[in-house]
Design a protein around this ligand. Structure first.
Ligand SMILES: Nc1ncnc2c1ncn2[C@@H]1O[C@H](COP(=O)(O)OP(=O)(O)OP(=O)(O)O)[C@@H](O)[C@H]1O
Ligand SMILES: [Mg+2]
Length: 364
């Protein structure tokens, strides 16, 4: 292929991809364009279609509609072995009786790469995942984290157009998982490989991704940078899925000076920054992150009472009651810890309040 399309084509492009298993639609009209070298994460609850999207890019399942291109080439009708794609799944799936060398060399042998070249590439892949010299070992002689790195080496050794990672860290224990998260990100950046990562762990997604695709029930809810999806959720689903938020239904009673006065259902009044489309009389849901609900002794604030307090080391999680509603507040413990039953003042900055309309879409 020649011409400008080579340089301008997205590394991976899904256009209106739909996939049904019999009558059940697992992926609905998904469009997604990924740049070369980008790290994109599919994030969403169990069953939302993340694995199905990876499987359709890999060629393990056939979409019922839409188009998939990799490096500017339509691949939805290309057989799986002719797609140049690297795959790593949750359970590594190394060949247990083959040496690490043979595990990594597998795809190269299949591609009829010359022997000396295979040895060179396997060595380089092991260097990349920082496990030099383990060629002769068996998978059983390596730790979970090391095995996962071998699986990664096996996927990148073929120099794929795209690397697909399906919950690759979920079999690891918490500490190792965090370590591998950083490691994987560094390796990905060094190699510069376009990567689609699947997880239902929001922390992992926020920490690793250039962009996050938040999915729900087979559809894309929001696509954006970690900051976009965390700070500016576009829908009720994204607001409640990412982080811990209070979602408070109410009605706008007045708008003045860029601020909306919202009468919460069965609760107090709250002031929220008013987006341009906010109208007095409209039913809304106020979204405020638990970290943005501050508890203090101040009398000017909204009066409330602590109904539960949990200490989490450097932070505390509180539930407070105010005028008939319950709010979650996550605080760093810098001054004092509030106790159950204590009367407190609650402060919420209007700028920290987002408003959703009746359909659950954010007002802008
Ligand atoms: N082979 C299949 N036949 C029928 N239904 C399937 C098949 N594979 C997946 N599904 C259904 O399609 C939906 C999406 O599945 P998928 O595996 O893509 O979800 P996921 O987002 O990867 O979930 P998880 O986080 O649990 O791995 C689920 O409701 C699942 O039950
Ligand atoms: Mg899955």
């Amino acid at each position: 292929m020649t011409g400008p399309s080579m340089t301008t084509a997205p590394a991976v492009e899904l256009r209106n991809v739909t996939l049904a298993y019999h009558t059940f639609v697992a992926v609905k009209d998904v469009s997604l364009s990924i740049r070369k070298g980008e790290f994109v994460t599919l994030l969403g609850p169990s069953g939302c279609g993340k694995t199905t999207i990876l499987r359709s890019i890999a060629g393990l399942v056939q979409p019922t509609g839409g188009e998939i291109s990799v490096a500017g080439r339509r691949i939805d009708n290309v057989p799986i072995h002719k797609r140049n794609i690297g795959l790593v799944f949750q359970n590594y799936a190394l060949f247990p009786h083959k040496s690490i060398f043979d595990n990594i060399a597998f795809g190269l042998k299949y591609r009829k790469v010359e022997k000396a070249e295979i040895a060179r590439k396997v060595k380089r892949a092991l260097d990349m995942v920082r496990l030099p010299g383990v060629e002769k070992k068996l998978p059983s002689e390596m730790s979970g984290g090391q095995q996962q790195r071998i699986a990664l080496a096996r996927a990148i050794v073929i120099e794929p157009d795209v690397l697909l990672l399906d919950e690759p860290l979920s079999a690891l224990d918490a500490n190792l998982r965090e370590e591998m998260r950083t490691e994987l990100k560094i390796i990905q950046r060094e190699v510069g490989i376009t990567t689609i990562f699947v997880t239902h762990d929001q922390e992992e997604a926020l920490a690793m991704s250039d962009r996050i695709v938040v999915m729900n029930k087979g559809e894309i809810e929001q696509l954006g940078t970690p900051e976009d999806v965390y700070r500016r959720p576009e829908t009720r689903f994204v607001a409640s899925f990412l982080g811990q938020s209070n979602l408070l239904p109410g009605r706008i009673t007045a708008i003045a000076d860029g601020q909306a006065r919202v009468q919460l259902d069965g609760g107090p009044e709250i002031i929220a920054a008013a987006p341009a489309s906010a109208r007095a009389g409209a039913a809304v849901t106020v979204v405020v992150r638990a970290q943005k609900v501050t508890i203090g002794a101040g009398s000017k604030a909204m009066p409330g009472k602590v109904i539960s307090a949990s200490y989490l080391g450097g932070t505390a999680a509180y539930f407070v009651e105010s005028g008939g509603i319950r709010l979650q507040s996550n605080a760093t413990i810098d001054e004092r810890v509030w106790r159950e039953g204590e009367a407190v003042g609650i402060t919420i900055n209007p700028a920290d309040c987002l408003l959703l309309d009746e359909k659950g879409d954010r007002l802008v």
